[in-house]
Design a protein around this ligand. Structure first.
Ligand code: GTP
Ligand code: MG
Ligand code: ZN
Length: 318
């Protein structure tokens, strides 16, 4: 069977591109597409193939953009027959095989937030997804203020995160940004109004995607991103997502939380209680010491304490 890649879904219509010929088709999903249950943690990470006869629970799944599939053509009708194993998958937005997530934050409108940055980084770390940080609307503040923020954010660069600064309206900062998309599947994520769609339009003016500005003018309200689609750009694919106003962890243990901070993990052996240290109330904690010495950002530590409390509160709720 021939292999293709799903780039677009509008209700039950799938746009697929043959991986060899690059010809694109509109396809339907044939019957039930199956996945094989592999482990007891309810993780479905491989689909059953026709030849597989394992006694495992089988569930049905729907194709997502980013999926690699087998397809057939039958009297001009194109059918997706099977979904190839996924590297990973996101649920909201529905994308499979994501290589990196572009975390977009605006400097103002809405205000930049270290709280959201830390939270996003934790969530992506938990899912093993690579983040790339983009700071937008740099035209909306004075240079001195921008420099202050850049200096604070250089802490994250020292942790190995890439950070890009852009003004999507005048296409400033795009020359270097364009390179990061090559051969990758990238998902844009971020709060509503930070400028994700504007950034995509700046990269690909022919798209003419509706941004908030335009949708407000048309009186259509906030949520401008409707169907799911991967846009071809610089030999890679990019998906826009509708912004959210709130994000929640799916972390329930403080032990897990602290393990998602590479900077804390590195210091833990120097804590009096080593890897058992929660870096909260313990004496001789190397993390707290590093915060005092300004080697770890105060805001990052404060957010950590805040997240610990949020996790405690979640426990009370459930
Ligand atoms: N000055 C300035 N305005 C920007 C920039 N990027 C986006 N905007 C404006 O910010 C507003 C929101 O932009 P969108 O691109 O719709 O934001 P979004 O992140 O896609 O929002 P959702 O789709 O709701 O998640 C629009 O009015 C844009 O014109 C920028 O770099 N500079
Ligand atoms: Mg948008
Ligand atoms: Zn400690």
């Amino acid at each position: 069977m021939k292999k293709a890649f799903i780039t677009k879904i509008i209700s039950n219509q799938y746009t697929i591109i043959d991986l060899e010929t690059r010809v694109s088709y509109i396809a339907e999903a044939r019957g039930k597409l199956r996945y094989m249950k592999l482990n007891k943690n309810d993780v479905f990470n491989k689909q059953i193939t026709r030849k597989t006869k394992k006694e495992t629970k089988i569930i049905q799944i729907s194709p997502k953009i980013g999926d690699n599939v087998y397809y057939t053509i039958d009297h001009d009708q194109v059918f997706i027959e099977e979904i190839l194993p996924r590297e990973n998958e996101l649920v909201r937005p529905d994308v499979a095989n994501v290589d990196q997530v572009l975390l977009v934050f605006s400097i103002i409108r809405p205000d930049f937030s270290f709280y959201l940055l830390d939270k996003f980084l934790i969530i992506l770390q938990q899912e093993n997804l690579t983040p790339i940080i983009v700071i937008s609307k740099i035209d909306l503040i004075e240079n001195e203020k921008l420099e202050v923020l850049k200096k604070q954010l250089s802490y994250y660069e020292s942790l190995g995160y890439e950070i890009y600064y852009v003004n999507s309206k005048q296409k400033i900062g795009f020359d270097i940004l364009e390179d990061i998309f090559k051969h990758k599947i990238t998902v844009l994520a971020g709060q509503t109004g930070v400028g994700k769609t504007t950034l995509l339009n700046a990269l690909m003016p022919h798209l003419g995607l509706k941004t908030q500005e335009i949708s407000f003018a048309l009186g259509r309200g906030k949520h401008t991103t409707r169907h799911s689609e991967l846009y071809l750009f610089n030999e890679g694919y990019i998906a826009d997502t509708p912004g959210f106003s709130k994000i929640e962890f799916s972390i329930f243990y403080q032990d897990e939380l602290k393990s998602l901070y590479p900077d804390f993990v590195k210091l833990a052996p120097a804590c009096k209680f080593g890897y058992n240290c929660m870096h909260l109330h313990e004496p001789k904690c190397a993390v707290k010491q590093a915060v005092e010495n300004h080697e770890i950002l105060q805001s990052r530590y404060d957010n950590y304490v805040q997240f610990c409390q949020e996790i405690e509160q979640q426990k009370v709720k459930y």
